[in-house]
Design a protein around this ligand. Structure first.
Ligand SMILES: Nc1ncnc2c1ncn2[C@@H]1O[C@H](COP(=O)(O)OP(=O)(O)OP(=O)(O)O)[C@@H](O)[C@H]1O
Ligand SMILES: [Mg+2]
Length: 239
């Protein structure tokens, strides 16, 4: 069965607002890590990680098991407090604010809003087992974005259909395959209209691999690999 690439998934018509990933920003990088440091007890996992992701870029991080890839993504997504360093989104430091010359953590409500600007598909998807596929995609829209239930249901239903799961919308997690769960996780992240998407182990399942695969020429040879901008991945293709 041929599946549509991610480029078909998100558009302003679905969300009723411009797609955040295609908005032009003023800063050079859409996402930046500056000297990120994180340790668990004696285990120093992140030892000063610094990099920037340009708008539209796709960056991959490779490393052996246990080297800190998931930890780094969780820190970028503000799901794990960092010991030192900065995470910047469109040039703005996120996760903390200055108060009386000191940096303090943001209140949970503000943090939740900042988190929702960064979409994340987790290594184990982290979906709610007590909710259906539809419920999992709706919950961020109602709880974080403040959309009405009816509005959230309509957006979620459309997105679930776009990831090819229209007939599975009322299924609970245990009734879905691993690949189907990943598509629910992608749908859940995309409906929040994130500025960037983080995929933990994207190549473990077929969907994202398909979205990123290199096109072949007519004679079957791989074409020269072109950078595939995330903006294009998220944008509705031209009719
Ligand atoms: N919550 C935690 N508490 C304590 N140690 C942790 C925690 N999360 C991760 N670690 C440790 O941090 C290190 C990095 O883990 P992480 O999950 O980031 O690795 P990874 O590169 O994603 O590995 P994999 O490729 O297997 O997914 C490991 O040694 C792990 O044991
Ligand atoms: Mg991992």
């Amino acid at each position: 069965m041929s599946e549509p690439p991610l480029g078909h998934l998100l558009d302003a018509g679905l969300l009723g607002e411009p797609v955040a990933a295609s908005r032009e920003g003023t800063s050079e990088y859409v996402l930046e890590a500056v000297d990120l440091r994180k340790r668990y007890g004696h285990n120093e996992v992140l030892r000063g990680v610094t990099f920037g992701v340009h708008r539209g870029d796709v960056k991959a991080v490779l490393g052996p098991s246990g080297s800190g890839k998931s930890t780094m993504l969780r820190c970028l997504a503000l799901l794990e407090p960092i010991d030192a360093g900065e995470v910047r989104l469109e040039g703005r430091r996120i996760g903390v604010r200055e108060s009386g010359g000191r940096l303090v953590s943001l209140p949970e409500r503000v943090l939740a809003k900042e988190r929702s600007e960064i979409g994340m598909v987790f290594q184990r998807f982290n979906l709610f087992p007590h909710l259906t596929a539809l419920g999992n995609v709706m919950i961020g829209l109602t709880e974080v974005r403040g959309r009405s239930k009816a509005e959230a249901r309509e957006i979620a239903q459309t997105m679930i259909a776009r990831v090819g799961l229209a007939e599975r919308a009322s299924f609970y997690l245990g009734e879905l395959s691993g690949g189907q769960q990943q598509r629910v996780a992608i749908a859940r992240a995309l409906v929040m209209n994130p500025k960037v998407m983080l995929f933990d182990e994207p190549t473990s399942r077929g969907w994202f691999r398909q979205a990123c695969r290199r096109p072949r020429d007519h004679d079957g040879r791989w074409r020269h690999h072109r950078r595939r901008p995330a903006r294009r991945v998220l944008r509705q293709p031209a009719a």
